[in-house]
Design a binder for this molecule. Sequence first.
Ligand SMILES: Cc1cc2nc3c(=O)[nH]c(=O)nc-3n(C[C@H](O)[C@H](O)[C@H](O)COP(=O)(O)OP(=O)(O)OC[C@H]3O[C@@H](n4cnc5c(N)ncnc54)[C@H](O)[C@@H]3O)c2cc1C
Length: 464
Amino acid sequence: MTRYDMIVIGSGPSGRRAAIQAAKLGRSVLVAENRLRVGGVSVHTGTIPSKTLRETVLNLSGWRERGFYGLAYRVKKDIEGKDLGARLTKTLDYEIDVLEHQFARNGVDTIAGVARFLDPNTVEVTPHGGEAVAYQADKIVIAVGTRPFRPQHIPFDDHRVVDSDSLVSELRVPRSLAVVGAGVIGLEYATIFSALDVPVTIIEPRKNFLEFIDREIIEEFVHELRKRGVNFRLGCKLAQVEFDAQGWPVSVLDDQRRIRSDMLLYAAGRIGATDSLSLEACGLAVDDRGRLAVDPETFQTSVPHIYAAGDVIGFPSLASTSMEQGRIATCHAFGAPLMPAPRFFPYGIYAVPEISTVGLTEEQVREQGIPYEVGIARFRETSRGHIMGLQSGMMKMLFCLTDKRLLGVHIVGEGATELIHIGQAVLNLHGTLDYFVQNTFNYPTLAEAYKIAALDAFNRMPLD
Ligand SMILES: Cc1cc2nc3c(=O)[nH]c(=O)nc-3n(C[C@H](O)[C@H](O)[C@H](O)COP(=O)(O)OP(=O)(O)OC[C@H]3O[C@@H](n4cnc5c(N)ncnc54)[C@H](O)[C@@H]3O)c2cc1C
């Protein structure tokens, strides 16, 4: 039986980073991936497809230019599914090619097939249409990710009633869209299609959504979406789905309201893809959502030589954090030195408009009883904002009143997911308001908003 130093199950962001790190440490490593090509959910159905779709929609619809040329401005008049698909295919092919090259260059072995445990050190891989082969390893990383949650009572047909996987596998522009679940995935797709002028209704059982985001940012976001005609049905549960005479799905809510739409996207949760792993053979068990528990510092499961990383361990379920988890797991497994992870990581939500945030929200600052001041900048106050024709977008910064420490940065609007990294650097380096007040920023840039927001807070803070 072939023996490796490490076997990684799953080739998404966490598996890929875990494997490459092992190879960099001079270890032999095998990656088993049940799709025909590497990349995981991130490349095939999640992060990259949704971000490519967003970019395509913003380009073809002329979204970023409408501030100047009016709401009717379009780069392409009739945008169809095939227009959205063309760019996606090219982007994914390129992305996969880069990954395959990265594995090959680093001497990482890969095998396409479903992996399962035979015992705590043996993994059997069954290739598609082939014979099962068993491999042994000293260390194993479970990086199998998640798949969309598909409850029994939702009549998925992957054309009119879809989840986030089937939405991208058969791209079309619906005449209207109902989205169940105001989580990150639901909101991204809801707002992407709304940017194409598709009428959208968002159904969410909770009264609030994205509760980990600063409330003022959400208020601004909701205001923007309502201006565009997006309907919110908050505090309403989807009771059942019927089909009308034309075959369109009708979402029946628990308050008896009915929403007829050309497409229904069910985006209310994901579950760990652990059912095919035969975890009982290695002594591990999952929770009711198929997720594994790990030590949050080392990513070790309760079986010390088996690690788990990425979405299969739950929050925050981001490609960005998954990559770090995979890398840390491998370093720990082989005793490589590790720096402690910084306290704050950024969160990016690629809705239209995008949201990005790092550090404490105003609600958390208040809960912790930290004396604070807030600074706000509107993108329309910056010259770059004028040049770009931006009519919305804001940055909110929170500073501690006693030592002027930066506590958090929250942005909604164009470029938020890029801009946030300035705030992240200052925050994790324990910087203060002085950094923003004393430094010169390129002009004209949206980053200038940092200076404006910091000065806004400074002007309201008591003099030393
Ligand atoms: C629509 C959508 C948009 C997203 N947007 C973003 C974003 O903008 N930014 C961001 O940071 N994150 C985003 N995410 C989240 C991101 O995709 C995930 O956090 C990330 O993919 C998790 O990586 P992972 O390492 O857990 O593996 P995954 O990417 O989940 O891949 C796991 C792989 O393991 C394979 N596998 C499962 N079981 C087995 C088995 N038994 N044997 C072999 N292989 C197996 C799976 O088929 C899969 O290919 C998005 C997710 C979705 C769904």
